[in-house]
Design a protein around this ligand. Structure first.
Ligand SMILES: [Zn+2]
Ligand SMILES: [Zn+2]
Length: 166
C-alpha cells in the first residue's frame, strides 16, 4: 500500500465490502509507477499488484474522483482474476458487474483524460538554472534556447543548465 496516497486504503476497504471481499484492502498491494505515462493504471496478475501512474496516485484530493475510478477498475480486475482465473475476459461480464456494483459505468476509457498529457503536466518539471547568477526557473518542458537575460546583457552566453526535477 502506498502510505502517502490519500484515502487509497479506505477506498479499497469500501470496495471490498461492496464486493463481499472483506480482505481486499489487506490483500492488494498498490504501488505508484513513475514510468507509466500513457495509461493510468494496470493490474499485475503475477505479482498481484495494482500499479497506478505516480502523478495520479500522489495527486491532491481534487483528483479523488479519477483516482477512485482507476483504483476500482484495477481492483475489479484483481477480484475477477481471483474468482475466475483465466476463464474471464479482462473487461468481460464479471468485471462489468463489479464496476456497476461499485456505482460506475463499466467504461474502459475515461473520456476527456489524456493520460500522457496529464502525466507531462503533473509529473515533469525542468529546472533552468543560470550557473552565473544562480537564478532558476521551473518550466514544464526543456527550453534549450532560453537564456539568462541578465547574463546576455552583460556580454555572457547566458546559457542555462537544465535539470529534470522529481
Ligand atoms: Zn482494464
Ligand atoms: Zn545569469
Amino acid at each position: 500500500m502506498a502510505a502517502d496516497a490519500p484515502d487509497v486504503g479506505a477506498w479499497l476497504a469500501k470496495l471490498g465490502a461492496c464486493w463481499d471481499e472483506p480482505a481486499l484492502a489487506a490483500r492488494l498491494h498498490v504501488a505508484p509507477s513513475r514510468r507509466m505515462t500513457r495509461t493510468l493504471g494496470c493490474y499485475d496478475l503475477r505479482r498481484r499488484e495494482i500499479r497506478i501512474a505516480a502523478w495520479l496516485l500522489e495527486a491532491p484530493s481534487s483528483r479523488d474522483d479519477l483516482r477512485r475510478e482507476v483504483l476500482c477498475h484495477e481492483a475489479a480486475h484483481a477480484v475477477v482474476h481471483e474468482r475466475h482465473g483465466e476463464a474471464a475476459r479482462p473487461h468481460g461480464a464479471e468485471w462489468r458487474a463489479l464496476m456497476r456494483r461499485a456505482g460506475y459505468a463499466p467504461r474502459v476509457r475515461i473520456p476527456g483524460i489524456d493520460a500522457g498529457e496529464a502525466a507531462r503536466r503533473a509529473g515533469r518539471a525542468f529546472e533552468h538554472r543560470c550557473p552565473v547568477c544562480d537564478k532558476a526557473r521551473i518550466l514544464s518542458s526543456r527550453q534549450r534556447r532560453l537564456r539568462c537575460r541578465a547574463c546576455v546583457e552583460s556580454g555572457r552566453s547566458g546559457e542555462l543548465a537544465i535539470a529534470l526535477l522529481s
